[in-house]
Design a protein around this ligand. Structure first.
Ligand code: NAI
Ligand code: MG
Length: 356
């Protein structure tokens, strides 16, 4: 699907979200001109702790209708733990978006970039290049359950996992489509059918059924424990990795960690049908420890913009941004302190925009 003249809601949020967002926009404006995309941006101040301090809530009551008018949300980061507990800021913003806009895919590229020191020995750019596809709405993260007989010796708690055929099939379909579109055409499923003996065999069964619709895609599966080990020992084995909510949560942090720094990692919370707006944001948070110094690395934000363009139907523009990131990193100039340089956030952002 190609979104004509995409309308983008821009929410910088808190902390370094406000410092890296202008650089994300700088790159988007550069490709907007170059590829004549006609993208338009509107800025919103809600989904931030500043908004909460003024209004006593994270978002206005009509946030859903307001954001529904946009094709995508370009997001910075939310959270200022010294001002507001994280569960209030997160549940009042990002979690509302994920549920309200049925963003059932969480997509994270795991790619080793030039000039970024890799924590795994002897790996070079090209060796690590895969996606983690996480189910984002059901599975282990459910609110079905409860506590009984509190404060007695009969006390117990139960929390149920929920795997629906619809929910499992749609995430698998997305992952297979992605695998089909890539040169390696390889899908890895995260399971644990030896230990979690009802839901995970069901997950495996749905994978086998879906695999039949994608005869060109090679499918394999690993139990989650050994899969985590292979991320570290053999990351070159993977192309598209699909996982339930809990397993995907863990793998989607482990993957980017294996490629160096979370400061450069992007993510998408996607409603693939485009019925609702999807959201693109860096993996990192608001980093209160460095906020105000203009030393935050803007690459996670800029790369998120590249993913947003892929989703909106402009892959050449998305690639132009990604190629510019790689070029500037390879040159090794204009790097922020986390990459060993002394450049400011906007120096790196401007270098990438110039490379575009
Ligand atoms: P964080 O990602 O904000 O920071 C972790 C560490 O990485 C810090 O030392 C920080 O300085 C460094 N770092 C992060 N991004 C960087 C960048 N672009 N350039 C250079 N260094 C960078 O995670 P933390 O400290 O656990 O959380 C801080 C706040 O952010 C909390 O309120 C948390 O809830 C929120 N958060 C929000 C997320 C979101 O908006 N999706 C995701 C993660 C955390
Ligand atoms: Mg996580």
């Amino acid at each position: 699907k190609i979104f004509k003249n995409p309308q983008i809601a821009v929410i910088a949020g808190d902390g370094i979200g406000k410092e890296v967002m202008p650089e994300g926009l700088r790159a988007l404006e550069a490709v907007n001109k170059k590829f004549n995309i006609g993208m338009q941006f509107d800025h919103f101040d809600f989904a931030s702790c500043d908004y909460y301090l003024k209004h006593g809530k994270m978002m206005p009551d009509d946030w859903f209708d307001t954001l529904m008018q946009y094709d995508a949300i370009f997001f910075g980061a939310v959270g200022m733990p010294d001002i507001l507990p994280d569960h209030v800021s997160l549940w009042g913003s990002l979690i509302q978006f994920r549920r309200g806009f049925d963003q059932y895919v969480n997509l994270r590229p795991v790619r080793l970039l030039p000039g970024v020191p890799c924590p795994l020995a002897n790996r070079k750019p090209g060796d690590i290049d895969f996606f983690v596809v996480r189910e984002n709405t059901e599975g282990e993260y459910s609110s079905v359950g409860g506590k009984m007989f509190p404060d007695t010796d009969r006390e117990f708690v139960i929390q149920e996992s929920i795997f629906t055929r619809q929910g499992v099939d749609r995430i698998l379909k997305y992952a297979y489509d992605l695998a089909q579109s890539r040169p390696k055409k390889h899908l890895t499923s995260a399971t644990k059918s030896n230990g979690i003996a009802i839901t995970m065999p069901y997950w495996d069964e749905r994978v086998e059924t879906m695999a039949k619709q994608f005869p060109e895609v090679r499918t394999d599966k690993y139990h989650i424990d050994i899969l985590a080990a292979h991320f570290v020992m053999n990351p070159d084995r993977f192309d598209v990795v699909v996982a339930s909510n809990l397993f995907g949560d863990i793998l989607s942090d482990l993957g980017p960690a294996c490629t160096g720094t979370i400061a450069v990692a992007p993510s998408g919370s996607i409603n693939p049908e485009g019925k609702f707006p999807s959201l693109f944001e860096p993996v990192h948070g608001s980093a209160p420890d460095i906020y105000g110094k203009m030393i935050a690395n803007p690459i996670g934000q800029i790369w998120s913009g590249s993913m947003m363009l892929d989703h909106l139907g402009y892959p050449e523009a998305g690639l132009a941004i990604f190629t510019a990131i790689e070029k500037v990193l390879a040159e090794g100039k204009s790097l922020t302190p986390d990459l060993g340089g002394s450049a400011k956030t906007d120096d790196l952002g401007k270098a990438i925009a110039a490379a575009i």
